[in-house]
Write a protein that binds this ligand. Structure first.
Ligand code: IMP
Ligand code: MG
Length: 179
């Protein structure tokens, strides 16, 4: 694994190893299994960022569940725009279902607050949020993720699904911006 990487015009240094990330996902899987076995939940994976988290999490789950994808966007470059755009909504019926949102990272919380409200309006019975990463110091709304892989300081990161202007998404480890 590389200690430093360049993504576009920026330099990043190793922050979380693939091993640490996978261990955190295993723990989320354990808690979801403990809480929701028998509930036949519908996982809604938020593209693009949550694709690696989703794939790894699914390897741990065996009870019946369904998985769909949706896509929202709020980030440009290294900052949130504060406005959420729905690019690809959930098209399956979620009425009466136990829904578990899978997100790569909760930063200000704007995106997840918006998506959870949409799912509530669509009639989901129980909505839970599982996020691989959480920046509690950056939170700007009243949102509490139900399952958190790792809490991190408010630094800008890339890798394991997270991008900087669409680059850096496919690194297996996570890197933080070098100031
Ligand atoms: P929020 O709406 O401010 O919570 O932002 C959530 C979204 O912003 C995430 O789904 C990510 O796509 C993106 N994001 C937040 N922090 C980072 C980061 O450090 N690197 C890359 N993308 C990020
Ligand atoms: Mg995202």
């Amino acid at each position: 694994m590389k200690k430093r990487v360049c993504v576009k015009d920026k330099e990043f240094e190793l922050f979380l190893s693939e091993e640490e990330i996978k261990r955190a996902i295993g723990e989320i899987a354990f808690r979801i299994k403990r809480d929701l076995s028998g509930a036949h939940p519908l996982f809604v994976s938020i593209l693009n960022g949550a694709f690696m988290f989703t794939a790894e999490l699914m390897r741990h789950l065996d009870a019946p569940h369904d998985l769909v994808f949706a896509r929202y966007s709020s980030y440009r470059g290294m900052e949130t725009t504060g406005k959420v755009i729905e690019i690809m909504p959930v098209t399956t019926s979620i009425k009466g279902r136990t829904v578990i949102l899978l997100e790569d990272i909760v930063d200000t919380g704007t995106t997840m607050q918006y998506v959870m409200e949409k799912l509530r309006q669509a009639g989901a019975e129980d909505i839970r949020l599982a996020t691989l990463l959480f920046k509690p110091a950056a939170l700007r709304c009243n949102l509490r993720p139900d399952y958190v892989g790792l809490e991190i300081p408010p630094v800008f990161i890339v890798g394991y699904g997270l991008d900087y202007n669409e680059s850096g998404r496919t690194f297996k480890d996570i890197y933080r911006l070098v100031k």
